[in-house]
Design a binder for this molecule. Structure first.
Ligand SMILES: [Zn+2]
Length: 465
């Protein structure tokens, strides 16, 4: 059999690995490559294989860097099944349509500029309509339920503890009588993340394709984030301010809501209104509520204890969908928490909330995830004294606070533990989904522990196993 590393090789974006087994082809993930505009456009448009000739595909989880190029795959002729857990299929549907919307608005913006300069207009990579066509190809499989994506391969999805529905893919391959177990980690989560269960560790594998995003550093524990969130919320509410939280609509928003629910339930913070103001976050939360099979024991215990509510719903929690509801928050002076997208404060309703609240020292802007360079979120996290919002300059008088510890990815310690589980059985481990620094650090750490059969494949390279 042959593995070709078509994406997220020596980088973290655009995961895509192609397996050729017994004359059939199986694709693991079909991620969106994110980088400079022109390069992204070319990489995402031009598959290194013919989509129509792929027999089946398995999706590890709904994040766009793993699922985001599915609309192009289908647009270019893929007609096989897409195997995924029910929660992943559900989440991917709304995230892909949202991604189609982003592609369309991006192009609209570029085309306005191109039209002015007399340059040719460009097409979106895919539209919302293209994205909506993906849903019909999903075939959902529960965790641990064996299925046969192509002849000679029995596959199983095991909980990766990364986001709702996330999975590692275990393939038991029979290639003309030769038996091989290949373990594809997907993105590896962490122990004790809010809401979802802990990751399942590999037991035995002949070969493993494994992520290495944070191979160079450990993370702070999720409990630290809980405490910090409690402290910053308490002191902001005490001075009569608002807590404004830019958060990713899928995952981080639900985690923060769940934490606040626990805090209000245990009366460790005052009961104030909590607004989730983002249409995608509201839709995503509905999907979380539909998949209690993915929740951990602690979340189930909260649901049992608070009989009137779900884990992501309580009396003071208000989900706002309409623009009018969102705008109505601008005039409010009472203490509250507002969670809104986008997570790096680049677009979306969060910008209105920041504009309205950033110059009041009673308020807090709370950063709850990593912020990419040059984003408004990063400028705030870097404590720049003045920032631009909608082209207008504002003085940052609100408190700016950051909490760490909520990364959905395993840190170095857990990655090491994960890899060492196959030390006795694996002939090769392929490190993917990591920049050279982190992947190299993980490699060194594993070498120290006596594990040397590691490779760091280049993008587009293949191995015969
Ligand atoms: Zn992910």
């Amino acid at each position: 059999m042959k593995i070709t590393f078509d994406g997220a090789a020596q980088t973290v974006t655009g995961t895509q690995h192609l397996l050729n087994i017994n004359g059939h082809s199986l694709l693991l993930d079909c991620g969106f490559f994110q980088g400079r505009r022109q390069e992204s456009y070319e990489r995402n448009c031009n598959f290194p294989f013919e989509p129509a000739k792929i027999d089946a595909m398995i999706l590890s989880h709904a994040h766009i860097d793993h699922s985001g190029n599915l609309p192009n795959l289908v647009k270019q002729g893929y007609r096989g099944l897409i195997y995924a857990t029910p929660a992943t299929a559900h989440l991917a549907n709304i995230m892909l349509i949202d991604s189609g919307h982003i592609q369309e608005s991006d192009v609209e913006f570029v085309n306005k500029r191109n039209a002015k300069k007399g340059e040719p207009l460009i097409e979106p990579l895919y539209t919302q309509e293209d994205a909506a066509l993906v849903a019909q190809y999903f075939r959902t499989v529960s965790y641990d339920q064996p299925f046969q994506p192509i002849p000679g391969v029995v596959a199983r999805l095991v909980d990766a503890g990364h986001i709702l529905g996330s999975a590692a893919v275990v393939l038991d391959i029979d290639e003309k009588g030769r038996k091989i177990r290949l373990w594809f980690s997907g993105d590896i989560g962490r122990r004790r993340l809010p809401l979802i269960r802990d990751p399942i560790l590999p037991d035995r594998a002949d070969y493993m394709i494994m992520e290495s995003t944070y191979g160079d550093k450990p993370h702070r524990e999720p409990e630290v984030a809980f405490e910090e969130l409690q402290q910053v919320t308490e002191r902001t509410l005490e001075r009569g301010g608002k807590v404004i939280i830019p958060a990713f609509a899928v995952g981080r928003t639900q985690e923060i809501v769940y934490f606040l629910h626990q805090m209000i339930e245990s009366r460790s913070i005052p009961s104030v209104p909590v607004y989730v103001d983002s249409p995608l976050a509201v839709n995503a939360t509905d999907i979380f509520k539909l998949h209690p099979e993915c929740f951990d024991e602690e979340t189930n215990a909260l649901i049992r204890a608070d009989k009137h509510h779900t884990a992501l719903g309580f009396d003071r929690l208000i989900y706002t969908r309409s623009v009018e509801e969102s705008k109505a928050l601008n005039g409010r002076k009472d203490p509250m928490v507002i969670i809104s997208a986008s997570g790096m404060a680049e677009t979306g309703r969060i910008l209105h909330h920041l504009r309205n609240n950033i110059e009041n020292p009673k308020n807090t802007i709370l950063i709850v995830s990593w912020q990419a360079p040059y984003t408004l979120g990063r400028r705030l996290a870097d404590r720049e004294p003045r920032v631009k919002i909608f082209g207008e300059e504002f003085e940052v008088k609100a408190e700016v606070s950051t909490i760490g510890g909520l990364s959905a990815h395993a840190g170095q310690d857990f990655l090491t533990e994960y890899a060492l589980r196959v030390k006795g059985s694996a002939k090769q481990v392929f490190l993917v989904h990591g920049e050279a620094g982190p992947a190299g650090a993980l490699r060194a750490k594993l070498a120290e522990a006596g594990m040397t059969n590691l490779q760091y494949p280049e993008v587009g390279s293949s191995v015969e196993i």
